[in-house]
Design a protein around this ligand. Sequence first.
Ligand code: HEM
Ligand SMILES: [Cu+2]
Length: 566
Amino acid sequence: MSVGSTPDKFQAANLDGAQTREDNYLLASSGVGSWLFTLDHKRIGVMYLVGILVSFFLGGIFALILRAELFTGTKLFLTEDQYNQMFTLHGAVMTFLFIIPSIPAALGNFVLPVMLGQKDVAFPRMNLGSFYLWVVGAIFFLCAIIFGGLDTGWTFYTPYSVTTSTRVILALLGVFVLGFSSIFTGLNFIVTINTMRPHGMTWFKMPLFLWSIYATSIIQLLATPVLGITGLLLIAERALHIGIFDPEMGGDPVLFQHFFWFYSHPAVYIMILPAMGIISELIAVFSRKHIFGYRFIAYSSIAIALLGFLVWGHHMFVSGQSQLAAVVFSGLTFSVSIPSAIKVFNWLATMYKGSISLATPMCYALAFIFLFTIGGLTGLFLGALATDIQLHDTYFVVAHFHYVMMGGTLVAFVGGLYYWWPKMFGVMYNENAGRLFCLIVFLGFNLTFFPQFIMGARGMPRRYARYVEEFQIYHQLSTLGAFLLGIGMVGAIGVLLYSLYRGKKAPANPWGANTLEWMCSSPPPLANFDNPPPVGDPYDYSNLRYDEREGGYVTVPGPAKKTSSH
Ligand code: HEM
Ligand SMILES: [Cu+2]
């Protein structure tokens, strides 16, 4: 491909390092108002990032409180009621405020238009609107926490959620508003990808991160309304005493579970698909090899999105649904493993004989593959009808979903954050510190959650504040791991924040990637590109060469040259 025609302007802007205000979206205008009313997707992405990290911090504190209480089987400092509230808030904040919006709304918002060589998303006002809906939803959550708490679990299972005196309605209003935020983001991304791909970027020249965001957006659009309506029904039932889900009033609690999981199973793919998209980018770039099986990875994102709609009943094997339904849901559940496994095989094949560089984002990508594989395989134990009867509602489930959500999505999010950080803020972080904290996160994570598989398989139920002595050793390992993990996470974010003050100036293309966002300066100018950048194969690295003077990669014209590994 010919990227030799990269406009000279960009090169010049990077080389002398003197950016004007227009060359840098962070400086383009100043004052609080210029951020709060901005329509620039990059600034909206940064605001989301701040909000999401604050939520993560809050959810993390709740988690450490829970784990500390569980250090012994008897009461330390939480009553049973307080314990119930604590695990509910931890789960609800992490799920609704952090992990669902994390990659699409923060990183996606920043990266997607630049990856398309565009100035912005299709509907910039709607984009800002969806950020403020997120803020309003978060405020409802905070109000629920402050004015009486919530103790239903993040799943709001009926009939308990109809009868508890905690603030179910406030929390549900929060979920409802957050749902609209998610729908708007998805809609915006679908329209942007459909209508704003630059000349030459056919569907199959689109970076895989964008494929994964597209598939995610389809789920956000189709599944989220079901959650919103379920929330409204539950509010109506509590406020007006209409019997919908509560059998006391003639309602059906299993109906609630159907509605809830019809959203919430697909929602787990809202969490994991964008993560897989990031991993595809990282594995190719840091192996300096063309991604293996591009089309399989692209199609498998869509397949996961569609199959994900058919398996919700695997959360309900013990709910009293019909035997036939249970068998069918169990069978269908296994079908989702196929496209997931395809991705893992393709990542491994990409790395095979690649020239692998263990930069921090790549360390997170490798951690992802390891942890996600464990999470996915243990999902099969849960998806198989017979084994799930034993494992249902035990710590095995807790371990499973933390391996996929935290070991998967969160690890990919942090990897992606390290990867795009130089682009976002124009500074390089300290590699050795980045790698060190990645290792601590990895070790802390496994120490926290691996013992939970064992205690779950031995019968330790989830959501209990007290337990018998037999389980103590597993809980203690898990609690120690959680604090190690906490140190790792604070360190990992700290390394990035520190770079804002002390980091070296970032070149346009520090990693030698070939997707379009690396063809504008770091940080990007307000309008991203003066001229649309030329589009080529996003995974062809043959024309990129490391340039000492630039401190990053530059595009060289002409036939393939051997690339120096970073
Ligand atoms: C792809 C990423 C995945 C994510 C993010 C994820 C997330 C979750 C979450 C959050 C739960 C707990 C729900 C609750 O609070 O009750 C859960 C449970 C479950 N997961 Fe996954 N999961 C993933 C993949 C899989 C796969 C691949 C399978 C099967 C092939 C699977 C099978 C199950 C089953 C059967 C349960 C219910 C277990 C029970 O409650 O008895 N999951 N998962
Ligand atoms: Cu599920």
